[in-house]
Design a protein around this ligand. Structure first.
Ligand code: NAD
Length: 468
C-alpha cells in the first residue's frame, strides 16, 4: 500500500505552478481547497441476508463553475484523501481543456469482485439516494461519471434512481457515461483512451519535443508498455497499435508480461477472458513481479491503473522516454523530479486523460438539449455535398463511383462529431500548455498545465467577487 498522500501530491504540483501566476494568497488558497466533502455510511443487504455497512464519499472541489463533475470509483483503496485528490485534479483538468465545470469525485470503498451484480446495484442505488438527499447530484449541481471499477451499467442505475425520486425534465443530464438507450453518447466508452492516444500523438508529432528526448517524430514504430488493461488502458493501447505503435509489455493485477517482438492486444484480451490472466500468453515472458513492466525497455510507458505507481523507489529504473499518464496521479512528485532529471517527457494526467470529461461534457449538452448530435444536419449536409459532387462531375470528364459518392458525401453523425470535438480539444489544449511552457521557460508540461489552469480559475474568482 502506498505511503504517499495523494492530495498532498496534487497540492505540491499546484504550489510549484502557483509561483508562476499573479494571484494573491487568498485566491490561490480558495482555488486549492476542497469546497465540500460528504462522507456517508449506509447499510446494505448482502445476498445471503446479512447486513454490511458500506462507506462512501463525494467531494466537490470547486464551485467556480457549475455543475461540478467527476467520476465515481469503486475500490477497496478508496478513502477521503484519495477522493479529495481526484476531485481537485478534475477542477484543473476541466480548466485545461476548457470544459465549463468545477471538479468533483466520488468513491465507494468496496472491492467489486467480492459482490454480486445484484449487491452492486443495491449499493449504487443507495449511494445515489444519499447523494440526492444531501443535494450532491443533479444536472446543474454535480454530475458523476464512470471511473475505476464503474462503467455504463452503474451510471444507468444512478440515472434510474434519480429519475424515480425527482421530477426533473433534464434528469438524463444528472450523470454521464450512461448506456446509449438511457441518454448516453456514442464514443463515451472509449473517450478517455482515445484522448490519451490523441495526446500522445500530439507530443510525438512535436519535433521540438521529440528532438529534446532523442526520438523521431510520429507514433508509428514506437514501442510502449501499458499498466492496467481496463477501460482506459485497453482503449489507449488499441488506438496506439492501430496507429502503428508496438505493444511490448503489459502489467495487470495478476502479473506482467513482455515480448520485444510485439503483443497482439485483441488476442491477449481474449486470452485473459478465457484464462482469467495475462500470464502465459503466446511467446511472452513473464516478468518477476507485477511492477517490473514499469521499468521494462520501451519508448512510451502508459500507466493506466491507479495513482502512486511510479515513485521515488522505482523512478530511476524507468527507461521510457515518454511517460503518458493515462491514470490519475500515477507519478508521485519525487518521481516526477527524478524522471525530469533524466530528461523524460511527462504527459500529465490533468491533460492526457481529459478525454473522458470532454466527451462527458458533450453527453451532458446532448441531454440538456434533448437532441442527438447530427440529427438536424446530417441529411442536409449529405444532400448538399451530393449536389456539389454532381456539379464537379458535370464540369469534368470524371464520374464518381457509388463508393466514392457515399464516402465523399457522408454527413457527420453523432460519433463523428464527438470524435472530432475530442480531437480538436486535445490538439488545442496541447498547444496551449506548450505555449505556457515556452512563456515561462518551464521545460515541464505538468507545471505548465497547472499554471494554465490556475490562471483560468483565478480570473474567474477575481471576476466573480465573493458572495455575500
Ligand atoms: P478500470 O477499472 O476499467 O481498469 C483498471 C485496470 O487496472 C483493471 O483492469 C485492473 O485490474 C488494473 N489494475 C489495478 N491495479 C493494478 C496494478 N497494480 N497493476 C496493474 N494493473 C492494475 O478503470 P479505468 O476506468 O480504466 O481507470 C483507470 C485509471 O484511469 C484511473 O486512475 C482512473 O481514475 C483514470 N481515469 C479514468 C477515466 C474513465 O473515463 N474511466 C477518465 C479519466 C481518468
Amino acid at each position: 500500500m502506498s505511503t504517499y498522500k495523494f492530495y498532498e501530491q496534487v497540492n505540491k504540483n499546484f504550489d510549484k505552478a502557483a509561483k508562476y501566476t499573479r494571484f494573491d494568497k487568498g485566491i490561490l488558497a480558495q482555488i486549492k481547497i476542497c469546497n465540500t466533502v460528504y462522507h456517508v455510511t449506509f447499510p446494505v443487504r448482502r445476498d445471503d441476508g446479512s447486513i454490511e455497512v458500506v462507506e462512501g464519499w463525494r467531494v466537490e472541489h470547486s464551485h467556480h463553475k457549475l455543475p461540478t463533475k467527476g467520476g465515481i470509483r469503486y475500490s477497496h483503496k478508496v478513502d477521503e484523501d484519495e477522493t479529495m485528490a481526484l476531485a481537485a485534479l478534475m477542477t484543473y483538468k476541466c480548466a485545461i481543456v476548457d470544459v465549463p465545470f468545477g471538479g468533483a469525485k466520488g468513491g465507494i470503498k468496496i472491492s467489486t469482485r467480492e459482490y454480486s451484480e445484484n449487491e452492486l446495484e443495491r449499493i449504487t442505488r443507495r449511494y445515489t439516494y444519499e447523494l440526492i438527499k444531501k443535494g450532491f447530484i443533479g444536472p446543474g449541481v454535480d454530475v458523476p461519471a464512470p471511473d475505476y471499477g464503474t462503467g455504463a451499467r452503474e451510471m444507468g442505475w444512478i440515472l434510474d434512481t434519480y429519475r424515480q425520486m425527482k421530477d426533473d425534465l433534464n434528469a438524463e443530464a444528472c450523470v454521464t457515461g450512461k448506456p446509449i438507450q438511457q441518454g448516453g453518447i456514442r464514443g463515451r466508452t472509449e473517450a478517455t483512451g482515445r484522448g490519451v492516444y490523441f495526446g500522445i500523438r500530439e507530443a510525438c508529432n512535436n519535433k521540438k519535443d521529440m528532438d529534446r528526448i532523442g526520438l523521431s517524430t510520429g507514433i508509428d514504430g514506437k514501442t510502449f508498455v501499458v499498466q492496467g488493461l481496463g477501460n482506459v488502458g485497453y482503449h489507449a493501447s488499441k488506438y496506439m497499435t492501430e496507429a502503428g505503435a508496438k505493444l511490448v509489455g503489459v502489467a495487470e493485477i495478476e502479473g506482467s508480461i513482455y515480448d520485444e517482438n510485439g503483443i497482439d492486444l485483441e488476442k491477449l484480451m481474449e486470452y485473459r477472458k478465457d484464462t482469467g490472466s495475462i500470464i502465459g500468453f503466446e511467446n511472452t515472458k513473464e516478468l518477476k513481479d507485477r511492477d517490473n513492466a514499469l521499468t521494462a525497455e520501451c519508448d512510451i510507458l502508459i500507466p493506466a491503473a491507479l495513482e502512486s505507481q511510479i515513485t521515488g523507489d522505482n523512478a530511476a529504473e524507468v527507461k521510457a522516454k515518454i511517460i503518458a499518464e493515462a491514470a490519475n496521479g500515477p507519478t508521485t512528485a519525487d518521481a516526477h523530479d527524478i524522471l525530469k532529471e533524466r530528461g523524460a517527457l511527462i504527459l500529465p494526467d490533468t491533460y492526457l486523460n481529459a478525454g473522458g470529461v470532454v466527451v462527458s461534457y458533450f453527453e451532458w449538452l446532448k441531454d440538456i438539449q434533448h437532441v442527438r448530435y447530427g440529427r438536424l444536419s446530417k441529411r442536409f449536409d449529405e444532400t448538399s455535398l451530393k449536389k456539389i459532387l454532381r456539379v464537379i462531375e458535370n464540369i469534368s470528364d470524371r464520374d464518381f463511383t457509388d463508393a466514392e459518392l457515399a464516402d465523399l458525401a457522408r454527413g457527420a453523425g453523432e460519433y463523428d462529431l464527438v470524435d472530432s470535438g475530442l480531437e480538436e480539444t486535445m490538439i488545442t489544449a496541447y498547444e496551449q500548455i506548450a505555449e505556457v511552457r515556452e512563456k515561462h521557460n518551464l521545460n515541464d508540461l505538468r507545471t505548465a498545465a497547472f499554471v494554465g489552469a490556475i490562471d483560468k480559475i483565478g480570473i474567474m474568482y477575481e471576476q466573480m467577487g465573493i458572495f455575500p
